[in-house]
Ligand binder design. Structure first.
Ligand code: 13P
Length: 248
């Protein structure tokens, strides 16, 4: 499986970041799962360039809209690739909440692809409703990205399904494996409107939101996902190690 540790802005010192790197390296070296660290921008290059594990990968938590120039504070795809990031998280709900639009997410996805980075595009409903309107919401988020890309670009994306209502919660308030199965089926059905059904089955889809050591295995086992996008449990070395070791 692909396990991404999204540290968000929770790891507040390089000392803590280096400690997490050490345990992530041990997990990656086992070679059972693909471990990808997504540290905050100041740590990214520092960690990735000093990393000695060939198996551990690095993701940025965001990418700028434009390829660079006179844009104070922006971090471009070329910069990220030059410090050995291989992936970038795009459209996380915490960035959407700050005003990032579907159009921005498409632009960022194209920017990532043209910089040689693999975009991890986040989608997810804010809440559940009895009329299942959340399904159309999810579909609109998928359409906004896939509708603007050619077949080659579509095939290069990793999707992350992260229901906003589950993010930051504890495992007991998260999604159930049964609900996750249904959602992943739905997402692949939508993807099959853009590509042959066989290809839609092969798109890497990650799940994120309240993934902890106690529920990771149940969420990962036979639910149709290809990996996990872990938030708070990835910023504690013990939790993250327990979570990864328990996976099928
Ligand atoms: P939590 O694991 O803290 O719920 O966060 C999930 C997430 O947003 C990962 O990108």
């Amino acid at each position: 499986m692909i396990i991404i540790a999204n540290w968000k802005a929770k790891v507040q010192s390089i000392t803590d970041a280096k400690r997490l790197l050490t345990s992530a390296k041990t997990l990656a070296e086992k070679g059972i799962h693909q471990i990808i660290l997504a540290p905050s921008a100041p740590y990214l290059g520092l960690l990735s360039l000093s990393n000695t594990s060939k198996k551990l990968r690095f993701a940025a938590q965001d990418i700028t809209l434009t390829p660079g120039g006179a844009q104070t504070g922006e971090v471009t795809g070329k910069m990220l690739a030059s410090v050995k990031a291989t992936h970038v998280i795009i459209g996380h709900s915490e960035r959407r909440a700050l005003g990032e639009s579907d159009a921005d997410i498409l632009t960022k996805t194209k920017h990532a692809l043209s910089s040689g980075l693999i975009p991890i595009v986040c989608i997810g409903e804010k809440k559940r409703d009895e009329d299942a309107e959340y399904l159309s919401h999810l579909r609109a988020q998928i359409d906004a990205v896939y509708g603007g890309l050619n077949a080659k670009e579509q095939a290069a994306i990793v999707l992350a399904y992260e229901p906003v209502w589950a993010i930051g919660k504890s495992a007991s308030d998260g999604i159930t494996p049964d609900d996750l199965i249904e959602m992943i089926r739905y997402i692949r059905k939508v993807l099959a409107t853009y590509m042959p059904a066989k290809k839609a089955e092969q798109v890497a889809i990650l799940y994120g939101g309240a993934v902890e050591p106690s529920n990771a295995k149940a969420l990962a086992y036979n639910t149709g996902i290809d990996g996990l996008l872990v938030g708070h449990a990835s910023t504690d070395a013990k939790s993250f190690t327990a979570l990864v070791k328990d996976l099928p």
